[in-house]
Design a protein around this ligand. Sequence first.
Ligand code: FES
Length: 105
Amino acid sequence: MPKVKFLPLEKEIMAKTGVTILDAALDNNIKIDHNCGGNCACATCHIVVEKGLDTLNEMSEDERDMLDEVENLTETSRLACQCKISSDLVITIPEKETDEDDDIS
Ligand code: FES
């Protein structure tokens, strides 16, 4: 079973091959935002792949388009709901601009 380590939490989990990074995280109580429910339509599940990028399935056009919306994009950015696990990975969940700053006063 592949091991997936999530930073900055320093939490390591075992994941089934073929499961998405998003599902593996949620199954292990690791919070990754997923506003569209994993349908490649929101980019809130943005993650940065630190190790194992080349073991992931290729990025689709839709995923690429969605990633263009991400502010803190890196060369190894992916969408957690679109990446299927096949081997060991190290993932960073980027800090989010907090929604709590939304209050309009
Ligand atoms: S959960 Fe919306 S794009 Fe991944």
